[in-house]
Design a protein. Structure first.
Length: 95
């Protein structure tokens, strides 16, 4: 079965808020078996706007990635993140 990936590009304007988000989201990522593959604060953006942090999280499959994203715990963390950053986020299936 193909893996599921959460890919995010974040522009942080509240570092304390993002730290709170990380504390909330980290255990939830682990609960769903997620593995952070990339966390790059200075990505080499070749096209489009450089928002800031680039993040890639791998899950066992796309269904688990979706369940993680839709979980009550992540939605609570997301509400905190939305106050602290502007984010582009996609879920994709890959090998």
């Amino acid at each position: 079965m193909k893996k599921g990936y959460l890919i995010a590009h974040l522009s942080v304007h509240d570092k304390e808020g993002m730290e709170k988000f990380r504390q909330m989201a980290g255990p939830t990522i682990a609960e769903y078996g997620g593995k952070v593959l990339v966390r790059e604060p200075n990505p080499d953006v070749r096209e489009g706007e450089n928002l800031g942090i680039a993040l890639v999280i791998e899950f066992e499959n796309i269904d688990i990635a979706r369940k993680f994203y839709e979980s009550e715990k992540y939605q609570a963390a997301k509400a905190v993140r939305e106050l602290a950053s502007n984010t582009h986020l996609v879920l994709v299936e890959g090998s």
